[in-house]
Design a protein around this ligand. Sequence first.
Ligand code: GLY
Length: 413
Amino acid sequence: MKIIRLLPVIIISSLLIACTVKEKSVLNQKQMDFIEKQFENTLAIARDYTQNPRTIKEDGSLKTVGIYNWTSGFFPGNLWYMYKLTGDEIYKNGAVKWTEVLDTIQYWSGNHDVGFMMYCSYGNGMKFAGLDYKDILVQTAESLSKRYSDKTLAIKSWDYRKAWDGKTEWFYPVIIDNMMNLELLFEASILSGNNKYRDIAVQHAETTMKNHYRDDYSCYHVVDYDTITGAVLDKATCQGFTDESAWARGQAWGLYGYVLCYRYTKDKKFLDFAENIAEYILHHKNLPEDLVPYWDYNVADESFVPEWQYNPADYPEIPRDASAAAITCSALYELAGYSANKEELLSAADKIQEALLSPAYMAYNGKNKYFILDHSVGSIPHGVEIDVPLVYADYYLLESIYRKQQIKKEEKF
Ligand code: GLY
C-alpha cells in the first residue's frame, strides 16, 4: 500500500533526474546514443574481466590485453565515466568488476604505469561511487615509489632495455608519459597523510622540467640517466618521428602532467610551465585547423629525418592522433580554470572536443563497433596501432565531456 502511494513520487523523481542528466549534457542525442551503443556492443562480448578492451583488430573484432598491460585501467575508467555521465547502474556494475580484478597490481613495481592502471580504475571508483579503495591506492603508490632514486631524482619508467634501434642501451629510462603517474602519488599523500609520495612527485616533475624539455617547451620522449651519478646519458624518442621531434602524445602527457602538478601544489612554476606547453601545442605551425594533431608535430618537416625505415609513400595522408587531442582537450579544460588566459584555453578545448565529437573522428561508419573514436596512433615506428581506435583516446574524451559538463554547471571536477 505504502509503495503504491509513493509510486508517483518515485516516477516524478526519476524523470527529474533523467531530465537533469540530459539537460546538462554536452552531448546531443545522436552522440549519446552512439556512445551507449558502442559500450553495449563491448559489454555484450567482453565477459572475461581480466581481458581489457584496447583496440580493434584488422577484421574489426575486439582486441583485449591482460591486467599487466599499461592500458588495463582505461576500460574500467571509461565505465566509471559512463556511470557518472548517465547514472546507469549497468556501467557501475561493470566498472566495479573490471576495476577490482586489478587488485594484485597494487603490489607490482614492474614499471611506472601503475598510475594509469590504478588511478583511472580505483581512483575513479572512489571519486564517483565513494568506494573504499584508499588502502589499495596507497599501496600502489608505495610500489611505484620503489622506482624512485635519490641519484636520478626521478621515477624509472622502464627497466634496463635497448633503445628502439636495438643498439643503444638505456639504463634508467624515464619517459614523458610518467608525468601521468604523479596524480596517484599526490592522491596517496592526501589519503595516507604521508608526504613521501607527494615529495617524490614534485621532485620527479622538477627533474623532468629540467631534462625533458627544450627551450620551446616541446619535450623529448625518453631521457636516460646514469644510475650512479644521475647524469643524463641520452635524450631520444621511442614512439616519435625522430629524437629531436615532438611526438604528439608525449606533448599531451606533459601538458596534462604539469596541470595536475599545479592542482596539487599551487606552485606557480608548474602553472607557468603548463601554460607554455599549451602555447607550444596550440600555436604550432603544423597543427591542423581542427586542432587534432598529426601523430608527431614534425613529421612533415624536411629537416627532421628519421633513422628508422620511414616511407612517406606508405602514408598518403599523415595519420592524426585523436588520443593526443583528447588528452590535450581534457587538460585544457582544467588549465582554463587556473589560468588568466581562460577564454582562449576554453575555446581551444571546445574546438578540439567539437572536432572529436564530429563524424570525422566518431566511429559512425560501423567498422569499429566497440570504441567511440577512430583515428589514433599507438606507435608508427613500431608499426603498431596505426589509425585505429584506442581505449585511452575514449577515456580522455569521456573525461573531457565530464569536465565540460562540470564547467557548465559551475561545479568542481
Ligand atoms: N604510455 C604509452 C603511450 O602513450 O603510448
